[in-house]
Design a protein around this ligand. Sequence first.
Ligand SMILES: Cc1ncc(COP(=O)(O)O)c(C=O)c1O
Length: 348
Amino acid sequence: MVRVRASLSRLPAYVPGRKPHGAIVLASNESPYGLLPGVAETLAEAVGGVSRYPDLRAVPLIEALAAHHRVEPERIAVGAGSSEVCAQLLHTVVSSGDEVVFGWRSFEAYPILTTVAGGTPVPVPLREHTLDLDAMVAAITSRTRAVFVCNPNNPTSTAVGAGALSDFADRVPEDVLIVVDEAYREYADPAAVPDGLALLGDRPNVVVLRTFSKAYGLAGLRVGYCVAPPGIAAHVRRTQVPFSVSALAQLAAVVALGEPAEVARRAALTVAERERVTGRLRALGHEVPDSQANFVWLPLGGDGENFALHCADGQVVVRPFPGEGVRVTIGLPEENDALLALAETWKG
Ligand SMILES: Cc1ncc(COP(=O)(O)O)c(C=O)c1O
């Protein structure tokens, strides 16, 4: 009998958003606006090249990212989505039994990837749907190797401000890696939510994680990256599965990065819709925390699954978190209207 790792049987499964044919899918926090200008043409031109391996070091993409963030290329490492970069970071710092602290509920990959890396997840309950940074500092022990700060937080949509975040970073020991996961940064109000890179990027134990899957509209191509101190970035490159970022993903990401005005325009449309949806849901009596992301959170507790079933009956797929609530991605205006119509007919 092959002896598999006991910890894997305790692994929670990653639950992907469902995508039934013909339904409106508001379950995976994707951009509803499709590809950015130039991406489809670039992919069509490059598709004939996929019989070859991609550039292992993703040099043009890393150079484009370095220029975009005005940092040295040595500070950038890429992966197949920021999920893979999370895993690479954990493989960089976690040895068997080491602890990884994160707010909970937060991005569901954190406990999974921590366990796969041989570490012990340390979830710290949120306070009022927001990361409890004091409690997260208090949860750090001599075994802690990393702490994830998901800002804005998935699935609760809230964010922590600059003062709280830098105060937190001051209190985390310098040998603990702080991973500021900014997957939804483009949807956040810059006056309320700090740019982790500008605020903390110079610290030797801070890594900022970004993705092309949300505002850049490339979720299906799988490309994300981190900006890190050069020594950490070098290890993140070492722990990458070789060639995990395809040539098509690298090329598309460079083109998408060259469209900042269009990215901002689309994000602003989503933000305006988010405010409309939030206002309407609140008028229906729902508690809806202030969102800084491209989704809203309905803390419906045990009623969440019933709400999600009601929506599914009306051909709108949302994402329930059993016993906690429902996450609703902001889609196109007519998709949001369909969601709101269902919210109106729901008898909770
Ligand atoms: C907070 C957060 N981080 C990272 C990711 C990973 O995104 P990807 O692996 O597609 O880059 C997600 C995806 O939902 C997320 O919500």
